[in-house]
Design a protein around this ligand. Structure first.
Ligand code: SF4
Length: 405
């Protein structure tokens, strides 16, 4: 229900949805918008022309567009994040009081349930947020990365870590060995995730199986673990199951396997293709060969499972610039991609201590600038061909620095 009102010389909109509460104010301070899940957790905010996205782990990323049109982004310090929470909580608190005193003129009176959600948003201050983040860390091993369209998923860590952990450009799972959970442990994990999300569960849009390679799990174990998911959650209502898979190696699944997984709710598999150039993959220490990725995608698509391909822009610098573009176009064009699929262009982000930086130094690789990386993505995109009948996959950028969960 949307309730409109006037309060302290500003217009107010209270939007109560089945999965979220949004408070919008427009007055002298300009538009301010705060959204909360039904536990009262601040989820997004927009004020003073800066938009904020807050993860379940309590971290907040701020994004804005500068007057010259350039985009800015930074992660808030904990004190800044607390300040944002205080501002959001204060507005919810005052609005709640105003509804009780009649100080705010509303088009409709909020229901008891709606007032409960508003009071939860009012109570969500730094101390509650800290306890909430502690509970998050008790439930999850750090969630390293998700595809951008999965930031609102319910993450279930069916496995932990990465079975390979060799890729020089990836440091997401260096802190933990790969392991597959046994059904009792996974059952407990799902229960603790549900308890943690509580009323916030219905803001989540899909189920994402963590960590990096959950689908490498052999079929008998995997189906038993997926049964645990079905026993605890309404998979279809939540939008189905999604996961990463390293398409190049490990236990290879057949078309029949993928059909069985589709029957169990698997909707899309995300594959870190990185490049179609086998020489570049060797340099990156990415296991396997692009031909295996082509085979895996064909099997998935034939079984009715969509795919998301991730291409690493800038990898190998100028030395691999042409072969990376050429071979990636060739490999993607050999995949039966259609409008159900996604292609992400992810810029290589070098950081201190990343093995790629050392190997780039040893190989005397000349790095591409950010603009050149973006141009590389454009060149790949220009070379892609899709069938008219199948349509074009959704193609977009994937900036891992903006990942929030
Ligand atoms: S296979 Fe994927 S998760 Fe594992 S190290 Fe390579 S890029 Fe990282």
């Amino acid at each position: 229900m949307v309730i409109l009102g006037k309060w302290r010389q500003q217009s107010v909109t209270l939007s109560f949805k089945p999965n979220a509460l949004t408070i919008s104010l427009d007055g002298q301070e300009g538009p301010r918008v705060f959204s909360y899940d039904l536990c009262g957790r601040l989820w997004t905010a927009m004020l003073r022309q800066v938009s904020y996205r807050r993860g379940l782990n309590g971290k907040v990323v701020a994004k804005w567009i500068a007057p010259d049109g350039s985009r800015g982004r930074r992660w808030l310090e904990p004190e800044e994040a607390n300040h944002l929470l205080s501002e959001a909580s204060e507005i919810a608190t005052h609005l709640l009081q105003a509804t009780q005193t009649g100080e705010v003129l509303l088009s409709e009176k909020p229901s008891e349930d709606e007032l409960t959600f508003l009071s939860r948003a009012a109570a969500y201050q730094a101390d509650i947020a800290t306890a909430d983040a502690q509970q998050y860390h008790a439930v999850y091993k750090p969630v390293g990365i998700l595809p951008p369209d999965q930031y609102m998923a319910v993450v279930l860590q069916l496995t932990e870590g990465c079975a390979f952990n060799t890729c020089t450009f990836c440091t997401f799972y260096r802190d933990r060995p790969f392991r597959i959970k046994k059904p009792p442990e996974f059952r407990e994990h799902i229960a603790s995730v549900k308890k943690f999300l509580a009323d916030g569960l219905n803001l989540r849009r899909t189920i994402f199986l963590g960590d990096a390679n959950a689908l490498i799990t052999p079929m008998p174990q995997l189906t038993a673990l997926l049964d645990e998911v079905h026993n605890a959650l309404d998979v279809e209502k939540l939008g189905g199951i999604y996961a990463f898979l390293d398409g190049f190696s490990g236990e290879k699944k057949s078309r029949e396997d993928y059909a069985q997984l589709a029957h169990l709710g698997l909707k899309r598999v995300y594959i870190g293709l990185e490049s179609g150039d086998p020489e570049l993959l060797r340099l990156l220490k990415k296991p396997g060969h692009p031909a295996d990725a082509i085979t895996a995608v064909r099997e998935m698509k034939a079984a009715g499972v969509a795919v998301g391909l991730i291409v690493l822009l800038g990898a190998g610098g100028h030395q691999f610039e042409r072969s990376h573009v050429r071979e990636t176009i060739r490999v993607l064009n050999e995949m039966p991609l259609d409008a159900d699929d996604l292609i992400y262009f992810s810029e290589l982000i070098e950081s201190e201590g990343m093995p790629y930086v050392q190997s780039a130094f040893e190989e005397r690789l000349q790095p591409l600038t950010s603009d050149e990386r973006i141009h590389q993505g454009e060149l790949i995109e220009q070379g892609l061909r899709f069938t008219e009948a199948g349509g074009t996959p959704h193609i977009s950028r994937y900036d891992i620095r903006e990942f929030v969960y």
